[in-house]
Design a protein around this ligand. Structure first.
Ligand SMILES: Nc1ncnc2c1ncn2[C@@H]1O[C@H](COP(=O)(O)OP(=O)(O)OP(=O)(O)O)[C@@H](O)[C@H]1O
Ligand SMILES: [Mg+2]
Length: 258
């Protein structure tokens, strides 16, 4: 409890750690629906930062602002030190190569095989590779998620857990520095959810990625989080480790842990 701060300024994991993603005073509304109301966030190099929030609190809106899929009404959004809303399409594409985004739905292309789904990001970003190099990248990415044998399957032949893994493999193929996970374990049974959570930690360690993990699965948060932020009423309401927040009596925090 003594380390828990309510409404704190974000604090580094290591004081010298490099900031990969920063938002300051971020506002986003849809008509009268004021979703983000001054959200401040720092993602430090190498950390897994969990953002907890109720359904509809604006978690997906937040990460869409980070990758330029939504433009904020006001405030700063910086990734790798560059202001996302100010970038032209070319520069944005350039930055997006380095940011993996695992969508809330796995968003695989149903008419393409697993292999074609994984090759797609390479083609979309005009990354030129020989056939052998592409094959090698596809197999490496699948191996990372334990699904090498699924390379020639169609998405319809995959279970929900496998789809999440393939989605993750497709994210990994560009070797991103930052990965944004939107509800990586939602819709999965607890055991598969735990496997995906462990995979997120493995990837963090193997590739030294910095990640934001949006979730309301506390099992996932406990496994993956170096730090947890609680999004309430459009702001970062609290920051702490799992243990610190777990012991909070605050009515906005406690329900997540009950
Ligand atoms: N493109 C949009 N146009 C209008 N309203 C939107 C848009 N995107 C999101 N919203 C609204 O913003 C609010 C936050 O949505 P968001 O998808 O970020 O919630 P969430 O925290 O991700 O919820 P969940 O846990 O259910 O995924 C909701 O009220 C939603 O209706
Ligand atoms: Mg969402």
């Amino acid at each position: 409890m003594e380390h828990l701060e309510i409404h704190p300024p974000p604090k580094p994991v290591h004081p010298s750690a490099e900031v990969m993603v920063r938002t300051r005073d971020l506002y986003k509304s849809f008509g009268d629906n004021h979703v983000l109301q001054g959200f401040n966030l720092d993602l430090f190099k190498g950390e897994n930062l969990v953002v907890l929030g109720k359904s509809g609190s604006g978690k997906s809106v937040l990460i869409k602002c980070l990758v330029g899929l939504l433009s904020p009404d006001k405030g700063l959004v910086e990734v790798f030190g560059q202001e996302i809303p100010k970038l032209n399409q070319d520069d944005l594409d350039h930055i997006r190569v380095k940011i993996g985004f695992l969508f809330q739905s796995s968003a695989l292309y149903d008419s393409m095989t697993v292999r074609e789904n994984l090759e797609f990001p390479l083609r979309r970003h005009w990354i030129s590779k020989t056939r052998d190099e592409v094959d090698e990248l596809v197999i490496e990415a699948l191996d990372n998620v334990g699904l090498k044998h699924a390379v020639d399957l169609m998405p319809s032949e995959l279970s929900g857990g496998m789809r999440k893994r393939i989605g993750l493999a497709r994210t990994l193929i560009l070797k991103p520095d930052i990965i944004l996970y939107d509800e990586p374990t939602t819709g999965l049974d607890p055991i598969t959810g735990r496997e995906i959570s462990r995979l997120i930690v493995d990837i963090q360690h193997k590739y030294n990625t910095s990640s934001i993990i949006i979730t309301h699965d506390m099992g996932c948060a406990r496994i993956v989080a170096n730090r947890i932020m609680v999004l309430v009423n459009g702001i970062c309401y609290a920051v702490g480790s799992f243990e610190e927040l777990k012991n909070s009596d605050d009515p906005n925090i406690k329900p997540f842990f009950d």
